[in-house]
Design a protein around this ligand. Sequence first.
Ligand code: NJP
Length: 245
Amino acid sequence: TKKVIVITGASSGIGEATAKLLASQGNQIVLGARRESKLQEIVKTITAAGGEATYASTDVSNLGSVKGLAQKALDTYGRIDVWMNNAGLMPQSEFSQGRVEDWDRMIDVNIRGVLYGINASLDTMRKQQSGQYINTSSIAAHVAGPGSGVYSATKAAVLSISESLRQEEAQAGSNIRVTVVSPGAIATELTDSITDEATKAGTKQFYDQFAIAPERIAETIAFAINAPADTALNEIIIRPAKQVM
Ligand code: NJP
């Protein structure tokens, strides 16, 4: 059945691939991100293929902006069946470099963005007595290493937030499912967010060896959404077959 699916970070990478796949399966997609021209282009591609989509330019680190995205979904399609908290940044660096601005941006987008997404949509799902969250975490939540401390911490926060939300909604009997998808190296624009040039070069080299296409993640998310309503896939870890850590 047709679902209204809101996706943050939908202007590139995993969000874009997921929007396109879910639209091709007959769902109504609401895309959010900051780059409006990219969102317009993706909506055009989806509608040209016979699908249904709209967008709202959204900064997930601003609660009012995220509420605007939720309102766009309600105004256009009348409900919210799935909310995908996917916007994220990965400006990795070692602590000794003191890149405090990068830490703050990761906290604002990777953590606050997820909390604001929940806040903007949970009332609606509670009223509907159905819904689903797809929260994009990372393999980095499970495996921290040099340079990944803050990114790993923000993605571990996504696991904690998701698990509490899952338990609360299960207890309330609200029929709201919570799914975390924790990817390994995926070929997207994510490495562009690294501000330290040496770290960026090293990470891109690592990705170039074996990163898999964002369409793989989109297929995984579609599987979790299409699972029977009484069944919740709570966390999916998905790596390139050749990725060690
Ligand atoms: O990266 P990318 P991915 N407000 O850079 C948006 C996680 N992940 O698809 O605002 C709203 O192509 C940005 O849009 P824009 C990762 O941590 C990935 O890989 O227009 N949106 C763009 O659409 C992240 O949570 C890998 O610039 C904001 C999107 O975020 C998720 O996957 C591995 C925003 C980023 O798209 C999607 O990232 C892993 C804001 N303030 C986890 N700031 C991987 N690729 O290897 C950014 O473990 N965005």
